[in-house]
Design a binder for this molecule. Structure first.
Ligand SMILES: NC(=O)C1=CN([C@@H]2O[C@H](COP(=O)(O)OP(=O)(O)OC[C@H]3O[C@@H](n4cnc5c(N)ncnc54)[C@H](OP(=O)(O)O)[C@@H]3O)[C@@H](O)[C@H]2O)[C@@H](O)CC1
Ligand SMILES: Nc1ncnc2c1ncn2[C@@H]1O[C@H](COP(=O)(O)OP(=O)(O)O)[C@@H](O)[C@H]1O
Ligand SMILES: [K+]
Length: 479
């Protein structure tokens, strides 16, 4: 598991640790880890040109001390001080003592073999200020290593509201920050290395499941298992206009661990032709027969409201997607109130904007994509449901405030019908007995791996390719 903490939690833990350590010890731990990562990125340290962009806080201090360590190993280290009067005095003295020097030539950025972004860390707020902003767009020769956080990225949210430094590698201290794991910030962070510095931290508000965590969640049939005991997932999807969504949701559901898939809707013939193992019900969710979870909405068209109401009237978990979300946004969160079982909502950014409008928060898809944590948390709180917000970083938030992020995906997943496969998959995991939080985060992880597997070194994929790749993705976790 990767854990990410908010800035105020880091500050509290840092204060407690600093009180127990000699002055400056914590910064030296940070700088040592930072310098070691930088050394690993350079073909050789001796003779390399290292440039520090140094702001006036401790983030600049870390960068200056790390550059001093590299200078002691023979690097030509230079520091560009964004506010010379306020530069970190001890860090600067260490750099000078190691043979480094100060420069005011901005061209050094483009010539450097490695740039250290020590402009701002967890003390930064808002976009880069004018003195630093030009570096966001400047050509570079060597890698940019962000110290703790890429400057210009909000550490708590990953929001980027103006120019920000795009790093190849981010070396963060003590714990991950949410902004390193959630787009758009994650896209600026590059590869993230964590340097442990001994902080004693509270429970993390944001976490990211790793392969082993997901493997531990996936259902495994026992000797007593049969298709019913493994769980049956109901899929109410597709319409005469959109039969394909039904095929795709069933394709995902068949590969999600449930023992059987029960389908109801207007695309029964097509579904059985493509997936002969599907159980077909003529009635809607209310009388379709026993299931342990319902998936409702993909390609649902005009029938989506009816199917949603019937599914919500059952006593099993319900996953609402696509057209069912549009209906839910129109009808409002009261529709979910008092359900005896949990509800999982799987919006993309546009559907999330509709759900937010349904509770009086008028916004658009771009804003949702730019403020993913905010959007997912708000929908979860206001609808009292678990939310899986799709996109380049998938964010899963439950109404109790737990947030998980998933980054196994690839841009190739942005293909028509991809979300239908995901909803079938997540519903199937729900039917096996996973909580909505676990089902959603495991499904997002598997779906992302399947997309990568299907795309290979890089090629367009179809939604059915993703469904087909779910088995190797699953095996890659459990093998
Ligand atoms: N916590 C830990 O456990 C450890 C923390 N450590 C390190 O300390 C770092 C935090 O240091 P910090 O508190 O000094 O704040 P920091 O990030 O340097 O920024 C403050 C300065 O930035 C400026 N500034 C603000 N916004 C700006 C903007 N948009 N654009 C430009 N400038 C902006 C602001 O200017 P002012 O408003 O004062 O004019 C102020 O001068 C942390 O990230 C980590 O690297 C490690 O050494 C050890 C363990
Ligand atoms: N840039 C991206 N990086 C990673 N995953 C992506 C990206 N774009 C889309 N996806 C994933 O692809 C799927 C698209 O789902 P959705 O938008 O509902 O498509 P559709 O409605 O066509 O099925 C989601 O799982 C989403 O997370
Ligand atoms: K930084």
């Amino acid at each position: 598991m990767r854990y990410a903490h908010h800035v105020d939690q880091v500050r509290t833990a840092e204060a407690a640790l600093m009180a127990a350590l000699p002055e400056g010890a914590l910064m030296q731990r940070a700088a040592a880890g930072l310098a070691a990562t930088c050394a690993g990125l350079l073909p050789r340290v001796y003779g390399s040109r290292v440039l520090v962009l140094a702001g006036s806080g401790d983030n600049g201090g870390d960068a200056l001390y790390a550059a001093a360590r590299l200078a002691r190993r023979g690097a030509h280290a230079e520091a560009l001080l964004l506010d010379p009067a306020k530069a970190h005095a001890e860090g600067l003295a260490a750099l000078r003592a190691a043979g480094g020097r100060v420069t005011d030539d901005a061209g050094a950025f483009g010539r450097a073999d490695l740039v250290l972004d020590g402009i701002v860390g967890i003390g930064g707020r808002g976009p880069l200020r004018p003195a630093a902003a030009p570096f966001a767009a400047m050509a570079r020769r060597g890698p940019v290593v962000a110290v703790d956080v890429p400057s210009g990225v909000d550490p708590d949210t990953g929001e980027v509201t103006g120019p920000a430094l795009r790093a190849d590698v981010t070396v963060c201290f003590g714990t991950h920050k949410p902004g390193l794991l959630v787009d758009p910030g994650a896209g600026y962070a590059g590869v993230v290395h964590l340097v442990k510095i001994g902080l004693d931290l509270p429970p993390a508000p944001v976490e990211a499941l790793q392969g082993a965590d997901v493997a531990a969640l996936l259902p495994v049939p026992g000797t007593e298992s049969d298709k019913y005991r493994r769980g049956v997932v109901g899929v109410a999807a597709g319409s005469t206009r959109y039969p394909g969504a039904a095929l795709l949701a069933v394709a995902g559901a068949l590969r999600g661990g449930a023992g059987a898939v029960r389908y109801t809707g207007h695309a029964a013939e097509e579904v059985v032709r493509r997936h002969p193992e599907t159980l077909i019900s003529d009635a809607g969710p209310a009388r379709a027969g026993r299931v342990q979870a319902w998936v409702v909405g993909p390609g649902g068209g005009d029938g989506a409201e009816h199917a949603l109401r019937e599914a919500l009237d059952t006593e099993v978990p319900v996953l609402a997607d696509a057209d069912a979300l549009t209906e839910l946004a129109r009808l409002g969160p009261d529709l979910l109130a008092g359900r005896p079982a949990p509800t999982l909502l799987t919006p993309h950014a546009g559907e999330a904007a509709r759900l937010l409008a349904g509770v009086g928060e008028h916004t658009d898809a771009e804003t949702v994509a730019a403020r993913r944590l905010w959007a997912a948390r708000l929908i979860a709180a206001r609808y009292g449901a678990t939310v899986l917000l799709k996109g380049s970083t998938t964010v899963v938030a439950d109404p109790e405030g737990t947030v998980r992020v998933n980054a196994t995906g690839t841009g190739w997943l942005g293909t028509a019908g991809s979300g239908d496969v995901l909803s079938g998959l997540a519903g199937s995991l729900l039917a096996t007995g996973l909580t909505p939080l676990d089902a959603a985060s495991a499904a997002a992880h598997l779906h992302g791996l399947a997309g990568r597997h299907a795309a290979g070194p890089g090629a367009p994929i179809t939604a059915l390719d993703i469904a087909d790749a779910l088995r190797p993705a699953w095996q890659s976790l459990t093998g």
